[in-house]
Unconditional design. Structure first.
Length: 303
């Protein structure tokens, strides 16, 4: 129930499949093979709350022997193999570090990607301060930059397709009326049953295609609205968190979507740092530039 997208207004198709029509057993489909339509109905919970719940269940959430929770659980990933990175304490208990999960379990040949917790905190804190300051002090420019990277083009296309959307809705209604008239003609004996079946089948096929196209258009509109809301929410939170002194779980939930850690250019080097990519919640996958320091939207890179 807690991971069901239907509660935040989405429709997910192809959750399961069958290897053969002779088999009754349904097999759970891989997430990448599912088809998700956003905002197809009225949500029960808002998307932000739903996303926070999903984040809560990612990674390790149990306290360690000292009773401490890992604030980066569910946020930190190996940039090469994509697995989660887990916290490790050194024997002297002076601090902690993070390492690739597959490297630790020997499930792959991936390297450790080791990074100290203190260095990670410094990098993440610096990134959040810079991005939130820009969002807070230059809200209009931030919003424009965040939306224009791909979203502006999408919005333009959707605006141009508004007439097409109205056309689909109009045709669907016309076909409904035509099917009703056909039914009346058959009832009055004006057309034969065979003629009615043939015409109604053609109408229903055409209507089904139009409904599929309309659903796809509505999904696209929903994606744009979700993105615009994400940017607006980020700006609102940036204005609320004016003084930021350390990285906390609350801060990560508010601004960070995902953190990827690359291996050092010189492995096991004590002076060469890791390349870090931080994905922010306002837009996790598009290009963006901020004062020459951010070169991907939602992605801040530090060496």
């Amino acid at each position: 129930m807690l991971s069901n997208q239907i509660y935040c207004g989405d429709t997910v198709n192809f959750k399961t499949y069958s290897k053969s029509n002779k088999q009754k057993k349904r097999i759970k489909n891989a997430p990448e093979n599912m088809k998700v339509f956003l905002n197809t109905h009225e949500p029960i919970i808002d998307r932000a709350t739903f996303d926070l719940v999903q984040k809560h269940f990612e990674g390790r959430k149990r306290a360690d022997k000292r009773g401490e929770l890992d604030k980066y659980a569910g946020y930190l990933y190996c940039a090469e193999c994509g697995s989660r990175m887990y916290r490790n304490r050194d024997k002297s208990h002076k601090g902690n570090s993070y390492r690739c999960g597959r490297h630790q379990s020997r499930k792959s040949d991936c390297s450790s990607h080791c990074i100290s917790g203190n260095n990670l905190d410094k990098i993440v804190l610096t990134a959040i301060k810079k991005v939130t300051k820009y969002a807070r002090e230059h809200s209009d420019e931030f919003y424009s930059d965040a939306i224009k990277n791909g979203e502006a083009e999408a919005a333009k296309n959707l605006k141009e397709s508004e007439s097409l959307r109205n056309e689909y809705e109009s045709k669907i209604k016309q076909i409904d009326n035509a099917i009703q008239l056909l039914y009346m003609d058959r009832s009055n004996g004006k057309i034969t049953d065979e003629r009615y079946d043939m015409l109604s089948e053609n109408f229903e096929k055409e209507q089904s295609k139009l409904k599929a196209k309309l659903k796809e258009l509505n999904s696209q509109f929903g994606e744009v609205k979700v993105r615009e809301k994400s940017v607006s929410d980020f700006i609102s939170k940036a204005k609320r968190y004016v003084t930021i002194s350390k990285v906390t779980p609350e801060l990560l939930r508010a601004f960070i979507e995902r953190i990827e850690v690359h291996e050092k250019a010189v492995k096991r080097s004590r002076t060469c740092g890791n390349h870090i990519v931080i994905y922010f919640t306002f837009h996790p996958d598009k290009a963006f530039r901020l004062d020459g320091e951010m070169d991907e939207l939602g992605m801040t890179k530090f060496a």
